[in-house]
Design a protein around this ligand. Structure first.
Ligand code: SF4
Length: 256
């Protein structure tokens, strides 16, 4: 474990939130072990910390690190209602492996009914706006609800996951949500991630072995060919630019 006394200045800092986040980001960057990074986040977030998991490789690695570090983190996932059965199986396998509860957050039923009434059950294919409206009801609004009361939000974002994630910091203040957003494996390569998964025999979604490096909702995710961009299978009918669901790119300046 690192000597957290070295980061006393972090906890005593009461000034600008962006500066506070940058101090935390620098502190996180000094730590080599993800478990130590998680421990530092829990100690210095200034309150309750939540972890949103999509059950992907990155999030499974972070889940493992949370378990090892033994810190108290609220773990939740967004059940959009359109997930692959294999993704739901991964929730079950993870709970059994780690003995930690995963809160399953559903979309607001009335909002979902109104969306489907207006756009149709598969209306997300009609346009980018319709797709974003679906992601908003099924993901973004539930995320906002799940994060109420949290002072810190942990994600599994990595810089080399996609062109739009190259500047993901270890920590940033999310002015929209009013909390600190932490990305403790931001600097990991895919090779490092896969090595960590194998070393610790972490349960993963069975779809990864079938050509799905990035897994979202079933109707919006396809397998990719070897050498294709990791996220090429997400919303593949849209342009490569901006293929995000809105969970991490509400404001570009948040570097999420
Ligand atoms: S990924 Fe597809 S099905 Fe899932 S919320 Fe977004 S548009 Fe809707």
């Amino acid at each position: 474990m690192p000597n957290f006394a070295a980061f006393t200045s972090v906890t005593s800092f009461v000034g600008d939130r962006d500066h506070h986040a940058s101090v935390l980001a620098a502190a996180l960057g000094q730590l080599q072990q993800v478990e130590d990074r998680i421990a530092l986040i829990a100690a210095h977030a200034g309150g309750a910390v939540a972890f949103s998991t999509s059950l992907g490789l990155e999030d499974q690695a972070v889940f493992h690190a949370i378990h090892v570090s033994g810190v108290n983190v609220d773990i939740f996932t967004l059940d959009t209602g359109r997930h692959f059965p294999e993704t739901l199986d991964t929730i079950e396998a993870s709970v059994q492996r780690y003995g930690l509860p995963i809160r399953v957050i559903a979309p607001n039923a009335l909002d979902l009914e109104a969306l489907v009434k207006r756009d149709g059950i598969n209306g997300f294919r009609a346009s980018v706006d319709a797709r974003k409206a679906c992601c908003d009801v099924r993901k973004v609004q539930p995320l906002r609800r799940a994060l109420v009361g949290a002072r810190g939000w942990i994600t599994g974002l990595r810089r080399d996951q996609a062109a739009g994630r190259q500047d993901v910091p270890f920590a940033a203040y999310d002015h929209d949500l009013g909390l600190l957003k932490f990305n403790p494996i931001a600097d990991w390569s895919l090779a490092e991630l896969e090595a960590y998964i194998v070393k610790h025999d972490i349960p993963v979604n069975a779809l990864h072995a079938r050509g799905f490096p990035s897994i979202g909702c079933q109707p919006c995710t396809r397998a990719v060919a070897p050498g294709e961009d990791i996220r090429a299978g997400r919303w593949w009918w849209e342009n490569l630019d901006g293929k995000e669901c809105g969970l991490h790119n509400r404001h570009k300046h948040q570097k999420a």
